[in-house]
Design a protein around this ligand. Structure first.
Ligand SMILES: Cc1ncc(COP(=O)(O)O)c(C=O)c1O
Length: 288
């Protein structure tokens, strides 16, 4: 894995990186995070990621103990200490409630902990883009917005882990979760898109999902290249009957979905609109 880690500003290799077991991130999963990657060795869409980190922190009433500039400098220092062999970086920033007594009272944890993990970016295998991947619609549902709201990019990932484990057990690359109303929401670590009759659709935020930054950029890129991308409530039948489907995330860009459980999507090959959006996305990212 060869990760380099900054724990509250102390940069070490992965073996020496440690945090107190009394950190409430460990004890209670109380924290938020961001996953970024670089293109041309620079964190891609940095401002959007920091904005979402601040929004996640606000939603759990957690103070963010750094400025955007200070965090960028800390990420830069961690990257400089990392062995990236000239390649691109995967960057994970975690912010937890901090160290304190065994109580949910936030007064016990006056100082948040900040962890930055940097390691080489590993792209999905080329076959995933060439042939597409299989997803499974899993039984675990996405968190109810009145519980741990999916808008929060939370370190508390038990629900997502169980959903992904169900998908992996069924031989799938990703799991698609429904919300409590039975609508499709998103994948366990990615957003979901389907294409039908030339229209690209993704569930609205009201379906209970993370406002993905790749999702947001795909909507903008679609507008730029003349592809109709819109939000629409989706159900199982929309995915099963789609002409094309794909998932999006920072580290995986757009990955075509060519089967859902045992059913083939469209003609079983990555579709043309998925390809156009992926090409345009990559052009934008590499030019950034
Ligand atoms: C639940 C979930 N949805 C969507 C995404 C994709 O978000 P982004 O495009 O900002 O990476 C992620 C990324 O980790 C995720 O965990």
């Amino acid at each position: 894995m060869a990760a380099t880690v900054s724990v509250n500003g102390r940069i070490t290799g992965e073996r020496d990186a440690s945090i107190s077991i009394f950190d409430h991130g460990f004890l209670y999963g109380e924290g938020v995070y961001e996953t970024l990657r670089t293109y041309n060795r620079r964190p891609f869409l940095y401002e959007r990621h920091v904005r979402r980190l601040r929004q996640s922190a606000r939603m759990i009433t957690l103070d963010v103990p750094f400025t955007d500039e200070a965090l960028a400098a800390q990420i830069g220092d961690t990257m400089a200490a990392a062995d990236l062999a000239g390649g691109e970086a995967y960057i994970r920033v975690l912010l937890t409630r901090g160290i304190g007594e065994l109580t949910y009272d936030p007064k016990a944890t006056p100082t948040p902990s900040v962890v930055i993990i940097v390691k080489p970016q590993v792209d999905p295998p080329a076959e995933a883009y060439r042939d597409g991947v299989t997803v499974a619609i899993v039984d675990i549902i996405r968190n109810h917005p009145g519980s741990v709201n999916p808008m929060i990019k939370s370190n508390n990932l038990m629900n997502s882990a169980l959903a992904m484990q169900e998908a992996l057990g069924r031989g799938a690359f990703e799991g698609v979760m429904r919300n409590y109303r039975g609508e499709l929401s998103e994948c366990t670590t990615a957003n979901l898109f389907v294409v039908k009759n030339g229209v690209v659709m993704t569930p609205p935020l009201d379906s209970g999902l993370l406002p993905g930054i790749t999702r947001e950029l795909v909507v903008e890129i679609g507008r730029d290249i003349g592809v109709d991308v819109r939000e629409s409530v989706l159900r199982d039948a929309d995915l099963h009957g789609a002409d094309e489907a794909f998932l999006t995330s920072t580290t995986r860009e757009l990955v075509p979905i060519t089967s859902v459980d045992d059913r083939v999507v469209g003609n079983g090959k990555p579709g043309p609109l998925t390809g156009r959006l992926l090409d345009a996305y990559r052009r934008f990212a590499h030019a950034s």
